[in-house]
Design a protein around this ligand. Structure first.
Ligand SMILES: Nc1ncnc2c1ncn2[C@@H]1O[C@H](COP(=O)(O)OP(=O)(O)OP(=O)(O)O)[C@@H](O)[C@H]1O
Ligand SMILES: [Mg+2]
Length: 237
């Protein structure tokens, strides 16, 4: 559902780069970003996933890719973009057609991530990726503790905000949303993550409860789902 909604949201936008972020750390940005990228790539579009969380790079781990070279090398002009892009093959699910996507890791750590990301080179890097892909997904740091995501926001079509159920206070979600929109980053949507059946209180509305019950456990489980935090018998996205 998220994949379909996102494709609709960006279909009329010239720039297909989308930030995945949250108000605070550990709400599920990287898991969501990697799962979404894989789901999009399996459906056919050309996908590039970029890890722009220069402070806490993690996407490569979930993708079984490496993080030796990447964004910081390109921004500092130590390496070309082509040298740093990795092709990640995905298991063919419903078809024989092999699916895959490109991944750009963060590369080596730098001392001033915000300053590096704020340079026009970031815009040029994202522009070159957008020219070669149908969608560019960007895993980023949380919005409230650091300014990195806000500076990246200038170069993208919009943001998807991940919100952790039961944990992130509503005023914090609102502050994150306001910070993004103040920086001219369009909010494309919000994902309530780690939502559990018990979060639905009696009387919340039958249609809500029914909709969740229908989706819960629906579809098949893929190997490694538990490690990525989307096991169908645990909390869901
Ligand atoms: N839907 C989910 N259900 C259960 N656990 C989840 C879900 N999504 C993520 N997690 C778990 O929550 C933890 C944080 O997830 P993840 O690393 O994706 O968050 P993050 O927002 O990228 O964190 P950081 O801010 O450190 O980059 C991980 O242990 C992950 O497995
Ligand atoms: Mg992360």
């Amino acid at each position: 559902m998220l994949r379909s909604n996102l494709l609709v949201a960006i279909s009329e936008l010239a720039n297909p780069s989308v930030i995945v972020t949250s108000a605070y750390a550990r709400e599920g940005k990287t898991s969501m970003c990697v799962n979404l990228a894989e789901s999009l790539a399996a459906a056919g579009p050309r996908v590039v996933l970029v890890d722009l969380d220069l402070r806490n790079p993690d996407s490569h781990r979930l993708l079984d890719a490496h993080n030796e070279v990447g964004v910081t090398d390109v921004l500092l002009e130590h390496r070309s973009l082509e040298e740093c892009l990795q092709y990640v093959e995905l298991p063919a699910v419903d078809t024989d057609r092999p699916a895959g996507m490109y991944f750009l890791g963060t590369g080596p750590q730098v001392s001033s991530p915000t300053e590096l990301l704020a340079t026009p080179r970031t815009g040029r890097l994202l522009g070159s990726l957008a020219a070669q892909a149908d969608i560019v997904l960007l895993d980023t740091p949380p919005v409230l503790p650091v300014a990195d995501t806000l500076v990246i926001g200038r170069f993208v079509a919009g943001a998807v905000l991940v919100v952790e159920a039961r944990r992130t206070p509503v005023p914090a979600v609102k502050r994150a949303k306001d910070a993004l929109t103040r920086n001219q980053t369009r909010l494309l949507g919000v994902v309530l993550n780690k939502f559990q059946a018990k979060d639905v209180t009696y009387g919340y509305g039958d249609s809500f409860g029914y909709g969740y019950g229908y989706g819960y456990g629906y579809g098949s489980r893929r190997p490694g789902d538990e490690a990525r935090g989307n096991g169908s018998d645990g909390p869901g996205t």
